[in-house]
Design a protein around this ligand. Structure first.
Ligand SMILES: Nc1ncnc2c1ncn2[C@@H]1O[C@H](COP(=O)(O)OP(=O)(O)OP(=O)(O)O)[C@@H](O)[C@H]1O
Length: 211
């Protein structure tokens, strides 16, 4: 379970308040949603949780223990908005192995099966995949790190309907045994998958849905 207590984040040397006293308890084994308009602070919140951004005050606990920024980097996997823009590997195989000294081939194959990409060639460039497949590859890259906390920023942005369905089905499957938090401005797409959703407005959690 992930717990945020009174988390604040201010930018520009404290001049600009972006997250204001965020309190959240996010359960494991089911996707949860952060809903909010553009500029409401969704990406910032995911970056704070994942340890990519240092918050100003508050506490973040994992399974009851306070976790510092290094712990959270280690615990978390973040799938950025439009992750395909950030692929670095020249091939799908390279992309999957980035940052690892060694990954057994069967582990790569299992992960590709998990995301429904078992038939692709590891020698092909990531750009040869369809939009939905590229999103699934980005999720596979994170799953290979086996994160306890999986954070996804607008995972369906820019996808057509059929590809969105592919990604939505996958998200339910990979939420088992971990916390999954999805930031979106299109909550209606995700409501069939989630039990809990929070609305962020100007950096404040305004409402809690128990669906
Ligand atoms: N380091 C920073 N310095 C100044 N302003 C920042 C900083 N980080 C974020 N902001 C501002 O904080 C606000 C929230 O940004 P954030 O990207 O978290 O919103 P968002 O809800 O994810 O928006 P979108 O859906 O458009 O991605 C924005 O107004 C953004 O410009």
């Amino acid at each position: 379970m992930l717990q945020l207590k009174d988390v604040n984040y201010q930018a520009n040397g404290g001049q600009l308040s972006i997250l204001n006293s965020i309190n959240l308890t996010v359960p494991k084994d089911e996707p949860s949603l952060i809903v909010g308009r553009s500029g409401s602070g969704k990406t910032t919140l995911l970056e704070v949780i994942s340890g990519l951004t240092r918050f100003t005050s508050g506490t973040i606990r994992w399974n009851g223990k306070i976790r510092n920024i290094q712990h959270r980097r280690w615990l978390s996997g973040m799938v950025f908005q439009f992750p395909e823009r950030h692929f670095l590997g020249l091939t799908i195989g390279q992309e999957l192995k980035l940052g690892h000294r060694y990954i057994p081939g069967n582990r790569i194959q299992q992960t590709l099966e998990q995301v429904g990409l078992s038939k692709i060639s590891l020698h092909a460039p990531p750009e040869s995949l369809s939009g939905g497949q590229q999103r699934r590859l980005a999720i596979a890259v994170q799953l290979l790190r086996d994160p306890q906390i999986l954070l996804l920023d607008e995972p369906t942005a820019g996808l057509d309907w059929s590809m969105r369905d592919e990604v939505l089905t996958l998200l339910t499957d990979v939420s088992q045994n971990r916390v999954m938090l999805i930031a979106t401005h299109e909550p209606e797409l995700f409501f069939p998958l989630v039990h809990q959703a929070w609305r962020l407005e100007k950096g404040t959690v305004k409402r809690l849905y128990k669906l």
